[in-house]
Write a protein that binds this ligand. Structure first.
Ligand code: PMP
Length: 405
């Protein structure tokens, strides 16, 4: 592969080249959402501008073209995850909807009173609340893997939580508020020793590292298009064929049936069984373009580049007076969550915005994770492969010039 050239890839992202508050934009809010390469913008615009049709149910040419493009997006997701077949890929609105689908379909079929669901302390709310709703409806219990002071899960305590009562383990690959990379392959292997399936929330790992559902032996894996440089409103669930085949539909409607009478409906197989209604067709096409783009840049090269950039940025943060980095895992990706003594988080974010720098302040939809560290808010700067050392320098300089009270 060609060596990674950040200046070259930056040219592919129109939104990066603008001024904000009189300064060149420095986008460090990638954990919330990412900017889109021109290939994605063009694919989406061309879909609406030329091909636009509903899919799957017409003899006409534009319907066939749109269906091919939509299914092409599914094939791109299959390749991205190295899934065995594209029938294992369900298009949904994103990570949130995908976890809700698994909780409502797999969960309602397999989880009952006294059963246990394991999550970790450092989950996004999207991987807590759907399980809580399921637990409330079924009488199941949520068990939580604790983390150490670096924000790493304590593996022995995970092992101690697993038992014959465990019905599913649902954990994040990379923690959105802390950046911790979980030892996901080991987590899965241990769950499997108990015959327990694992859902991997790959919302924060998918933009930063290669994924391989077969190598991981993941049972379910979910991610969002908008965090991998694709459109909002589209994401995907991977599920093992046998699991998907045995799962009941969650939502009902058009596209997902073989036959309907008023007494009985015969469903199609996966993935259509889980795709009731008209999907985000342009979104799927745009997501396919984003994943093709990522493949052309190369995720191993991206991972190596970002690792170096994160080290550089964290070394700089250590020099900022009063700054406390929250989440110091030995394996980290992209995210720097911090507070600064004597500064309001939101004021820090506004100060940075005045310098054209976009970061997030707040709870990052991960309140239990932050509370583990005695805060319920932080400032979060998060990197992508299009960020540069020069941008990190601008960010660090702005932190050094915070008005001190
Ligand atoms: N899980 C994690 C780890 C996330 O970072 C996010 C997005 N912040 C989600 C789930 C939810 O993703 P979405 O809002 O795209 O459904």
């Amino acid at each position: 592969a060609a060596p990674f050239d950040v200046e070259h890839v930056r040219r592919d992202f129109p939104a990066l080249h603008q001024s904000v508050n009189g300064h060149p934009l420095v986008w460090l809010d990638n954990a919330a959402t990412t900017h889109k390469p021109k290939a994605v913008i063009d694919a989406t615009s061309e879909f609406y501008g030329r091909h636009n049709s509903n899919i799957h149910r017409a003899a006409h040419t534009l319907a066939a073209r749109s269906t091919d493009l939509f299914e092409g997006g599914r094939e791109a997701v299959r390749r991205f995850l190295n899934a065995p077949t594209k029938d294992d890929i369900v298009f949904l609105r994103g990570t949130t909807e995908a976890i809700n689908l698994v909780a409502n379909s797999y969960g309602r079929a397999h989880i009952g009173p006294g059963d246990e669901i394991i999550v970790s302390t450092i989950e996004h709310h999207a991987n807590i609340v759907p399980w809580q709703l399921l637990a409330q409806a079924t009488g199941a219990t949520i068990r939580v893997i604790p983390v150490n002071d670096r924000g790493e899960i304590i593996f022995e305590q995970y092992a101690a939580l697993l038992s014959g009562r465990t019905k599913i383990v649902s954990v994040t690959h990379v923690a959105n508020a802390l950046g911790t990379v979980n030892p996901i392959a080991e987590i899965i292997a241990l769950a499997h020793a108990y015959g327990v399936p694992v859902l991997v929330d790959a919302a924060q790992s998918s933009p930063h590292m290669p994924l391989d559902v077969q190598a991981l032996d993941a049972d379910f894996l979910v991610f969002s298009g908008h965090k991998v440089f694709g459109p909002t409103g589209i994401g995907a669930l991977y599920g093992k064929s046998a699991l998907l085949a045995a799962m009941p539909p969650w939502q009902g409607g058009g596209h997902m049936i073989e036959d309907v009478t008023f007494t009985k409906t015969v469903y199609k197989g996966a993935p259509e069984k889980f795709e009731a209604g008209t999907p985000d067709i342009a979104g799927a096409v745009g997501l396919g373009a984003a994943l093709d783009y990522l493949e052309s840049v190369g995720l191993p090269a991206i991972a190596a580049y970002e690792h170096d950039l994160l080290d550089y940025a964290q070394a700089g943060l250590a020099e900022v007076k009063g700054l406390r980095l929250i989440g110091t895992a030995r394996e980290k990706a992209s995210v720097m969550s911090f507070t600064i003594a004597g500064q309001e988080n939101e004021a820090v974010a506004h100060h940075l915005d005045a310098h054209g720098i976009a970061v997030r302040s707040g709870h990052h939809c991960a309140l239990p994770a932050l509370r583990r560290f005695g805060v319920d808010q932080s400032v979060r700067a998060s990197l992508a492969f299009y960020n540069t050392r020069a941008e990190v320098d601008v960010f660090l300089r702005a932190l050094h010039t915070l008005p001190r009270h």
